[in-house]
Design a protein around this ligand. Structure first.
Ligand SMILES: C[S@@+](CC[C@H](N)C(=O)[O-])C[C@H]1O[C@@H](n2cnc3c(N)ncnc32)[C@H](O)[C@@H]1O
Length: 206
């Protein structure tokens, strides 16, 4: 019964959501793209020819957008546990980013090259227990930071999703040691009742 009512609530919210409608009318696979577009409009993240790693990429709207922005001379590596339909000019790695062989596969795919950007929209499977979900999300953000430290070019950027809660201040503080500027963004397309927000760490220092 409770499950039915929460499913109904989800459906009603989806039907009313302008970003869901917008995504359905566009070629983008998810409303999530509007979060990235809003951040990009403001912070100008992407340019033709860049090398980008997209963590937690499925179903693929961020990768669709990035692939368009970086063009044929760009290079995009997308990773997710879930399968993802192909995207132009994108190498997809299906696997769990918390597992070292998946990280190794990503590094190999980079072929010792460096990335301009690491972006992560990874969300753990939500348990509904706030502290647990928040800790899992922070762990994913820490792993994204580890990857960024090993692949980013001098001056590169990282955009990562976090859930408000314990440890996020320390995380942002740690980023300051490696990036010149740390910016927090909560795009309009990110639901008000969601504790998610994005940290944009700019100008990586090797
Ligand atoms: C909010 S969705 C990403 C949506 C995506 N940015 C888009 O625009 O389509 C979060 C994704 O993170 C992925 N994810 C969560 N934990 C992961 C992990 N350990 N390794 C790889 N992907 C993971 C989930 O499978 C899910 O597809």
């Amino acid at each position: 019964m409770a499950k039915d009512s929460s499913k109904k609530h989800w459906l009603t919210r989806q039907q009313k959501d302008p970003y869901v409608k917008q995504a359905q009318l566009s070629h983008y696979r998810s409303r999530a793209v509007y979060k990235l577009i809003e951040i990009d409009d403001r912070d100008h993240l992407f340019q033709q020819g860049q090398s980008v790693i997209d963590l937690g990429a499925a179903p693929g709207s961020w990768s669709q957008y990035v692939s368009e922005k970086i063009g044929y001379h760009g290079r995009l590596i997308a990773i997710d546990i879930l399968p993802m339909d192909p995207i132009v000019n994108t190498l997809f790695i299906k696997g769990d980013f918390t597992e070292q062989p998946v990280v190794e596969e990503c590094l190999q795919a980079m072929n010792h090259g460096k990335a301009d950007l690491v972006i992560s929209d990874m969300s753990p499977n939500l348990s509904g227990i706030r502290a647990t979900d928040q800790a899992r999300s922070l762990h994913l953000a820490e792993l994204s930071f580890d990857l960024a430290k090993s692949v980013l070019k001098q001056g590169g950027d990282m955009l990562v999703k976090l859930f408000e809660g314990e440890g996020t201040d320390i995380y942002r503080h740690d980023l300051k040691e490696h990036f010149r500027k740390i910016i927090v963004r909560k795009p309009k397309a990110s639901r008000d009742d969601s504790r998610e927000f994005y940290v944009l760490a700019r100008a990586f220092r090797l």
